[in-house]
Design a protein around this ligand. Structure first.
Ligand SMILES: *Cc1c(COP(=O)(O)O)cnc(C)c1O
Length: 235
């Protein structure tokens, strides 16, 4: 795992060099879906502190297991998957940012739970979120297409319980990464023009992080290249 992490960091540094960017501008998030808690603890030991999960139930259990294994560590957990509104309450206690907000209904549901938690005295800060952008509008992959992007980002800007951190996107496979990340960067620029605080662009995974970094990504989400194909079974 140390070798894999070093190799990914090297790819990231090289991509930044090629793009004329400072590697400090691009954060590495380890996507640990289906990865056992012990391996997450191993990544923490290697200095990796940002993790992303895509299933509420698996994630909530794992966050607790990792905290028990490494009580002194301070991992940050992001949520990057499809989120049902009735699961929002379960992720709120541990999630540092929800990166997959793709509808006004979901945004309002998260806001409502944040405000409730605030009223109960359980938190005193809004929750950062990213809007998941869809290049092609394919409903299976999630994300809001161009048509709904301004409405959703404006809504989040108005909600008390949320702060808009930027965009997250997954490049569709039916076009070149170059084309996909160009579109994604254009959408991110439009959002930034209207919401100057929305500076993050979470784009790029194991297979395409170089292209994403060339197009302005500030967060790459890497699973396979870090943890291999090992999989635990969970619901
Ligand atoms: C699994 C996943 C990743 C990581 O993909 P790899 O190809 O394994 O690096 C990134 N983003 C999201 C939303 C994912 O679900």
């Amino acid at each position: 795992m140390a070798d894999r992490l070093a190799a990914v960091r090297e790819r990231l540094d090289a991509a930044c060099r090629d793009a004329g960017r400072d590697p400090a501008e691009v954060a590495l998030t380890a996507v640990t879906k289906t990865v056992p808690a012990a391996d997450v603890a191993g990544l923490l030991d290697l200095g990796q502190t940002a993790f992303a999960e895509n299933r509420a139930q698996e994630a909530s259990a794992k966050v607790g297991e990792v905290a028990a294994l490494r009580p002194d560590a301070a991992p940050r957990w992001f949520f990057v998957g499809g989120l049902q509104r009735n699961k929002v309450r379960a992720v709120l206690p541990w999630v540092a940012r929800i990166d997959s907000v793709d509808s006004p209904r979901l945004a309002r549901a998260i806001d409502k739970e944040v405000v409730k938690a605030r009223d109960r005295g359980e938190r005193d800060t809004p929750l950062p979120v990213l809007v998941q952008y869809s290049v092609d509008g394919d409903p299976d992959r999630g994300g809001v297409p161009d048509e709904g992007l301004a409405e959703l980002t404006d809504l989040i800007g108005e909600l008390d319980g949320l702060t808009l951190g930027g965009l997250m996107a997954v490049a569709p496979l039916d076009r070149t990464p170059e084309e996909a990340f160009t579109r994604i960067a254009e959408a991110a620029a439009r959002v930034r023009a209207a919401h100057p605080g929305a500076v993050e662009l979470s784009a790029g995974m194991s297979g395409d992080l170089e292209t994403a970094i060339a197009h302005g990504s500030t967060v790459v989400r890497v699973g396979t290249a870090l943890v291999g194909e090992r999989r635990i079974t969970s619901d």
